[in-house]
Design a protein around this ligand. Structure first.
Ligand code: PSU
Ligand code: MN
Length: 307
């Protein structure tokens, strides 16, 4: 149930996104939490710029989404992107707090869930990111399940990711997606990927082998009147992957420090990512950047195929 955007909502399109909308050109949405909470400066802004360039090269227009001083931005100008990447106290904004950030004139970086809401309101059908949030290990105690999963169930956006990070409980994450009726499609592989690694040991619920097939699948969902999003899992390119066995060691250590330091709620994901960055001496970050770039490429091909 998408309500029309109120003309009073403070929303601003970047110049290139406004032009793309006017000529009905393909657009790919991008989140901003990955910039502010997922990677250190200046690697974060370099990643954001290279991902935008990849989307332009593929014949679509990038729309990085963020809230800046209470205004919802669909697409950022370069100076805005530079500034956002260096902000210290930017909120991490999900479904629960997107409206809060706007109402209170705050600046907020959008998670997968909040980016999907904004993209759907702006009629953008495809969104590229790194990894989605999911069911955390130990969720049976902590109840820590990302709002990203519910958003995938309700909001019609195709989210291209590299699978679920193995800091999560990946089998439980797939179970919740199945319960919510979210198609999980792995691109060109029968195994669901685990972000830094191509392998998770889990079979992918669905597999498709071309952007055209993904676009066609979405078309049939639309014809059936099935709303909600879908998740495309795109395995990290082999030359950039860190094996599952090796990652397990770092993840175990990162999870122990999180427990020791009593990290909870929204801080969990950024804390673990940073701990793993330290433990791998920066290799995890290189892999993270490579997989986001790879996802931007595929998302662009899907957006072009849908146009
Ligand atoms: N995975 C990453 N980097 C990130 C995130 C996930 O590798 O920055 C962010 C995304 O924005 C995702 C959010 O939507 O973390 C999930 O957070 P939570 O588990 O608190 O919902
Ligand atoms: Mn959480």
């Amino acid at each position: 149930m998408t309500r029309a955007i109120s003309p009073l909502l403070p929303i601003v399109y970047s110049h290139e996104v406004a032009a793309a909308k006017a000529r009905n050109a393909p657009i790919v949405a991008l989140e901003s939490t990955i910039i502010t909470h997922g990677m250190p400066y200046p690697a974060n802004v370099e990643m954001a710029k290279s991902v935008e360039a990849i989307i332009r090269d593929g014949g679509a227009v990038p729309a990085t989404i963020a809230v800046i001083e209470g205004v919802l931005h669909i697409g950022l100008e370069e100076d805005q992107l530079q500034k956002l990447a260096q902000l210290e106290d930017v909120m991490k904004v999900s479904r629960a707090d997107l409206a809060f950030a706007i109402a209170e004139r705050r600046s907020g970086a959008t998670t997968v869930a909040a980016t999907m809401i904004a993209a759907a309101r702006a009629n953008i059908a495809v969104f590229a990111t790194g990894g989605i949030g999911g069911v955390h290990r130990g969720a049976e105690e902590s109840f820590d399940i990302s709002a990203d999963l519910q958003e995938l169930a309700r909001t019609r956006v195709i989210v291209v990711c590299a699978g679920a990070k193995s800091i999560l409980d990946v089998p439980k994450t797939l179970e919740v997606l199945e319960t919510a009726g979210v198609p999980v499609v792995t691109y060109d592989s029968h195994e669901f990927p685990a972000f830094w690694s191509r392998q998770s040991g889990l079979k992918s619920p669905l597999t498709l082998e071309s952007p055209a097939a993904i676009a066609n699948f979405q078309k049939v969902r639309d014809q059936l009147g099935i709303d909600g999003g879908m998740l495309i899992a795109n395995p990290v390119p082999e030359e950039h992957e860190i094996s599952r066995e090796e990652m397990e060691i770092y993840i175990g250590r990162a999870l122990s420090s999180a427990e020791r330091e009593e990290i909870s709620g929204k801080e969990v994901t950024p804390f673990l990512l940073d701990a793993i960055f330290q433990l791998t001496e920066g290799r995890s970050l290189k892999t993270n950047i490579a997989l986001v770039e790879n996802n931007a490429r595929l998302a662009t091909e899907i957006a072009v195929a849908m146009a």
